[in-house]
Design a protein around this ligand. Sequence first.
Ligand code: NI
Length: 434
Amino acid sequence: MSQKILVQADWLLKWGEGLEIIPRGEVEIAGGIISYSGPARENKERDFTRVIRGKNRLIMPGLINTHTHAAMSLFRGYADDMPLQEWLEKRIWPVEARLKKKDIYWGTLLAICEMIRGGTTCFADMYFYMGEAAKACLESGIRASLSQGLVGLDVIKGLAALKEGKELVRDWHGEGEGRITVMLGPHAPYTCPPGYLRKVAETAELLHVPIHIHLAETKKEIEESLKNEGKRPIELMEQIGLLRQDVLAAHCVHLTPGEIRILAENKTAVAHNPGSNLKLGSGVAPLADLMQNGVLVSLGTDSAASNNNLDMVEEMRLATLLPKGLRGDPTIVPAVEAIRLATVNGAGALFLKEKVGTLGEGSQADLIMINLDQPHLHPLHSLPAQIVYSALSSDVELVMVDGNILMEKGDLKTLDEEKILFETAKISSRLVGQ
Ligand code: NI
């Protein structure tokens, strides 16, 4: 018999036509699926396995981080204040070369602990040994869209990576009662030549899986693409035919108006990573222009090696503050739009639109509860403003995925955090040779 759970709170946020703010709201869950969400109803006659009542609390859709490299949490604080290319070539790639399969499992678990605590219920990951990441996701109960990172500079290694990418699809797509989905993950145009990208695009079409790729992240990438291919990266991707697939493009920092139109026309989803782009000095993506042109934009943290956290509340705040400051216009990207990026648009970007992100009836019960009963969240005039401008990710006190409780009042229910911190400290010392 399936579990019936009732979650009530003083406030419920869900997406309908727009963001609906419902006082005294409730979510009814049966077998992991939302059977009702709306104003609280008389419930004398209803019997539930579990009833959670949140006084001075808010229920909202779980946050969706659409771009990260979870296991890189092992390198948090190891290489900072460096340009991207130097950061990659001198610091990150040498330690990545020492990674063992099991390190990915533990590194991913470390990232998942942080993500769950901060209200992230779903994330998109691109890295190596992704079967290990998948095991970590399965054990934790979190939802994830995984892709094996593919680098095609060397023909033999590139084909071997693509084979691993295909195996990940075969072994993990749809696992965990559908919580785990798989994409193909060509790393970037500067690590995957056009011929290789064509092959990846064909394979994705054949397997009916989307593509996750880094695009137009740095000025250097644009310059080299123009020099080597005679085209800017987005134009090149369109020419190759890669954008004809379901594509999630991370970063998209350096874009011309024409490229924004290409992204909109191809319905390419963009993962905006303001924190990582700022820290690596890559620039600021034209979020407002992308949104005004109808591009589906979501939010990502990128890895904890370049961010240096996986905090989606902070990312929402950055996403809205940056365009205001840069354009000198406080009306641009209001708080409610930042929430849209982190929830319903995140679901769209991971091709999970019907499943999560809205708290609509019939969708999977991926939700979080935020404790509003704190000085920095008082008094209450506007919930969206409170969430985006005042809340901290540590204000999240309940996290549910598929109706399963992953965190409640600070307790991680599916993971042994102490052991994970112990193991990952050992591994990261070994990797950086300390
Ligand atoms: Ni990345």
